[in-house]
Design a protein around this ligand. Structure first.
Ligand code: C5P
Length: 229
């Protein structure tokens, strides 16, 4: 307890991108680097919190000073979160979770033989972890604060924010950090530009800067939301 704004608070945070195995050599993945999640973990540590960092695939080393839990798939990520969520004051879902996974994992490499069908990979939907965590929190009747992320690709900023508002509503979390992404921006870069939306209806907060600066703003916002309770 160093007296920071999150002193004594326990944060459960997911970061990185899940990888859904197709066969022993291939997977379905995404471009999440885990940088923004790692930056939030570091900012939360600086603010005095203890952090459990559930890491899917990362392009960066996990932050020092966290309790590290490594996962690969969405289902593993879900299990890791559910197992630890009851102990958390704040949950941050910054991981990029695959919406679908291959229906079955082939135990040997799929060969491009003539008898393989043209579309050999059947997909099934993954659980929405964020929605499940909100539901569990509501069932437990606790004051846990839950923060979601939304990576949107839009043709203009207005679309992205409209999507974000609808998503905040649908997911039921208190805060949603919305950013516009694309292969030419955000992923793997050190800069970010986000809008923080709040369920309490307060003004959308735009933050542009390094991922560390965005992380600071998110942590300040979390601390403020906790204080308001
Ligand atoms: O619906 P969408 O994937 O855009 O929502 C993003 C938010 O939901 C992120 O916080 C992400 O971590 C979370 N999510 C999840 N489980 C999924 C898909 C997304 O928890 N299957």
């Amino acid at each position: 307890d160093d007296g920071g704004p999150l002193a004594g608070k326990r944060i459960l945070l997911s970061a990185g991108g899940t990888r859904e195995p197709i066969d022993p050599v291939r997977f379905l993945g995404n471009r999440s680097s885990g940088k923004q999640g790692a930056a939030i973990a570091r900012a939360a540590l600086r603010a005095g919190a203890s952090v459990t960092f559930v890491a899917a695939h990362l392009d960066v080393p996990p932050p020092a000073g966290v309790e590290l839990v490594k996962v690969e798939t969405a289902v593993e990520l879900r299990d890791a979160m559910v197992e630890r969520v009851a102990a958390a004051d704040v949950v941050v879902m910054s991981a990029a979770v695959a919406d679908f996974r291959p229906a079955r994992r082939h135990h040997s490499k799929i060969k491009k033989r003539d008898d393989v069908p043209d579309a050999p990979i059947e997909l099934v939907r993954n659980p929405d972890i964020l929605v499940e965590l909100v539901r569990r929190r509501d069932a437990a009747g606790t004051q846990q604060l839950i923060v979601g992320f939304a990576a949107e690709t839009g043709d203009n900023g207005a679309d992205v924010l409209a999507y974000g508002r609808a998503k905040l509503e649908r997911k039921g979390c208190e805060l949603l950090v919305v950013n516009e992404v694309g292969t030419d921006r955000v992923f793997g870069l050190d800069e970010n530009s986000v809008t923080i939306l709040a369920k309490d209806g307060s003004q959308p907060q735009h933050v542009a800067g390094s991922k560390d600066e965005v992380a600071e703003a998110v942590v300040v916002r979390i601390a403020r939301a906790l204080d308001a309770r």
